[in-house]
Design a protein around this ligand. Structure first.
Ligand code: GLA
Length: 681
């Protein structure tokens, strides 16, 4: 497979020159040079310009801009331009317009107006991809293909008749027979038995709670169906330009697409990340996505394909990125393994739905713009950081994550509504506060490279995944499992006999009953050392068979019963947490678990982001400070990675960063960090 290598860290943006008159193009290239831009994503939404009428192509303007960029030293991540079909297509082929769960066919006027199953959209998008690849496949500016754009960001499920037919085909391939489908979907319930394939439908709007197994398969199908659409373009590109790498931009924890599966199609994983600058912890929101993106392709370096220079336009209230935050988040992406930093977009639109979305070049002239200055300075700064491309981020600790479990958990009619991402986010934040690198791992992946694996809420667990976890603990690994995990199998059927059905022997404990709390309700647990801490949202009636009890419930009908357990199993340990403790108690539990697993940790002040990466002959310590108070970090054996000067003590103000080189045998235990004010000068 071709390898993406620009020969430098990539820096640039989505470039939409079709929104601007020609005279602006030359100015764009000049400004790109000033900002150190070496890669732009071009033509993403230009289908209507490239093919203004069906079958009539106009490539002249794109030829011109490709040449202009090349002369200016700017390389191109060229889009296949299929992300937004032009109005003529949607009107000539009305079935190409997707249908919502309520049966509404969507109308012309925005983007991503396509049904993934529609043969006309498929044929026309593949033809366009072929035309683009044929024309620019050997252009000297071309470095990467950008296939479509953010698949599934608006339409991740289409409920039309064409999709229904493909769903049936997908189900036939999965189950082989209607009997098997009836078994998997548990259709003995509520008289849902299917007697003919033609009766099987997508889970369209129904009178009451839809069948959850059907809903789960529908999400699987929808992800696979869009993936097939992607593959159709990929095939064309691979056939015409086998040496040009390709990618499509993912969206991190996007509900609709199983990116573990998708990522295997790409030559490099790419992601768009838009943390809310007004949120509690944009660096955790972004960091989680960076770590996921790296994990999707087994640690391979990846691309930050889009982020905002400042505000976006699509939240209810759009906060700007305050001075320094854009740089700090960009450096965080590099620390976590990114090979490039790109923005949406190069020049801020003056018309259209995104005219209030920030860009590298804004509505105010560059010389008057703080955002431009920060973007330009970052581009120049990156030139000195090229050596980062040789670094690898390895993690001893992984959080298990799986779209299928997320989909099953998102079905209606459960003991409580338990959104997954806040739970995963809380565990991620707790682990990151210990300074440890964190991967996200697929349940059926090889776990042997990790010392500890955390399952914040792994509702669905296949027998293979359960077997993998059992072997992991047996072989010396540490498992930390959160509540409402291991409840159902791959068909979304409960594994009976006490929860989690497949892992009770590993945990030495079992759950008899769930007791979700009401919003705002609190209970307490008492830990072995006597501390009493609050828990919220969820409790369980947990029985410890052979497990040691680390904490017990203090209140309610479960007072005195176990809340948290630990079990020695084989060479390893399995922890079970039956409730949601506060951040401090969760961190304490995870600290004990990962330290027990032999993972070195550091105690970090609020907002200090630490990443360790390996360069082969040494290690890099990336320190980026997102907290509100200055901190001082002491690392006895460190030298500054840029100057080579010893740098055993570093003071970081909010959004400051430091990049240190430490010896191969460096351990996080050597790092101390505290509020700068508390260190005598
Ligand atoms: C996504 C899309 C871009 C743009 C931005 C706005 O990343 O790919 O085209 O719409 O969102 O934030």
């Amino acid at each position: 497979m071709p390898h993406f290598d620009l020969g430098a860290l990539a820096y640039g943006a989505d470039y939409n020159p079709e929104q601007w008159p020609r005279e602006v193009w030359r100015e764009d290239v000049r400004l790109m040079q000033e900002a150190g831009v070496n890669l732009v994503s071009l033509g993403i939404f230009s289908w209507a310009q490239l093919e203004p009428r069906e079958g009539e192509f106009e490539f002249g303007w794109l030829d011109e801009i490709m040449d202009l960029l090349h002369e200016g030293g700017v390389r191109v991540n060229l889009a296949t331009a299929t992300a937004s079909p032009p109005p003529w297509l949607s009107l000539a082929y009305p079935d190409s317009r997707p249908v919502t769960v309520d049966g509404v066919r969507l109308e012309v006027g925005a983007r991503q107006l396509y049904c993934p199953s529609d043969p006309h959209y498929r044929a026309l998008s593949v033809r366009l991809a072929r035309a683009v690849a044929g024309r620019y496949g050997t252009h000297p500016a071309l470095r990467l293909w950008h296939v479509n754009n953010e698949y599934g960001c608006h339409i991740d499920q289409c409920y039309c008749a064409q999709c229904a037919a493909r769903f049936r085909e997908w189900l036939r391939a999965r189950y082989g027979s209607l009997d098997e489908l009836n078994r998997a979907w548990g259709t003995a319930f509520w008289s849902q038995r299917y007697g003919d394939w033609a009766e099987v439908q997508p889970p369209r709007r129904a009178p009451s709670f839809p069948n959850p197994s059907q809903g789960l398969d529908w999400r699987r199908f929808s992800s696979d169906n869009i993936l097939e659409l992607h593959r159709a373009e990929v095939e064309v590109l691979r056939a015409l330009t086998p040496d040009v790498p390709l990618t499509t931009n993912f969206l991190g924890f996007l509900p609709g697409l199983d990116y573990f599966r998708w990522a295997q199609e790409e030559d490099v994983a790419a992601v768009d990340v838009y943390p809310d600058p007004a949120g509690m912890a944009p660096h955790l929101e972004a960091g989680m996505v960076f770590d996921l993106t790296r994990s999707l392709r087994a640690g391979q370096r990846w691309l930050l394909m889009e982020q905002a220079t400042s505000a976006v336009n699509w939240r209810e209230r759009n906060a700007p990125k305050r001075p320094g935050l854009m740089r700090a988040l960009s450096l965080q992406a590099l620390a976590r393994g990114a090979d490039g930093i790109q923005f949406f977009q190069w020049r801020q639109s003056v018309a259209g739905a995104e005219k209030y979305h920030s860009a590298m070049v804004g509505h105010v002239p560059p010389e008057r713009s703080r955002v431009w200055r920060e973007a330009r300075d970052l581009g120049q700064e990156l030139k000195a950081l090229d050596f980062l491309r040789g670094a690898r981020v390895k993690a001893d600790v992984a959080i298990m994550f799986d779209w299928h479990s997320w989909w099953a958990l998102s079905q209606a009619s459960q003991p409580a509504v338990t959104p997954l991402l806040p739970v995963v986010g809380a565990w991620y934040a707790a682990l990151r506060s210990l300074g440890v690198n964190v991967d996200f791992v697929h349940p059926e992946a090889d776990l042997s490279g990790y010392r500890a694996v955390a399952l914040p809420q792994q509702y669905l667990l296949t027998p293979d995944a359960a077997q993998g976890l059992r072997a992991f603990v047996q072989g010396g690994g540490t498992l930390v499992m959160g509540p409402y995990s291991g409840v159902v199998d791959g068909d979304d059927h409960v594994v009976p006999g006490g929860y989690p059905g497949l892992l009770q022997d590993v945990l030495g404990a079992w759950v008899e009953e769930w007791a979700p709390l009401q919003t705002g309700e609190e209970r307490e647990v008492r830990w072995a050392d006597g501390r009493v801490t609050p828990v919220t949202e969820w409790t369980e009636v947990l029985h410890a068979d052979s497990a040691e009890v680390l904490a017990s419930y203090e209140t309610d009908f479960i007072a005195g019963q176990p809340a948290v357990t630990r079990h020695a199993f084989g060479q390893g340990y399995a922890y079970y947490l039956s409730t949601r403790p506060d951040a401090a108690a969760l961190t304490d539990l995870l600290r004990g678990a990962v330290q027990g697993a032999g993972v070195a940790i550091a105690e970090l002040p609020d907002g200090l982001d630490v990443t360790l990466s390996d360069t082969g002959d040494g290690r890099l310590l990336h320190l980026i400070h997102f907290g509100p108070q200055a901190v001082t970090v002491q690392v006895p054996r460190a030298v500054d990675a840029l100057s080579g000067q010893p740098r055993a003590s570093v003071t970081l103000h909010p959004t400051d960063a430091a990049l240190l080189r430490v010896p191969v045998d460096f351990s996080l235990r050597e790092l101390t960090a505290r509020a700068a004010a508390s260190i005598p000068t």
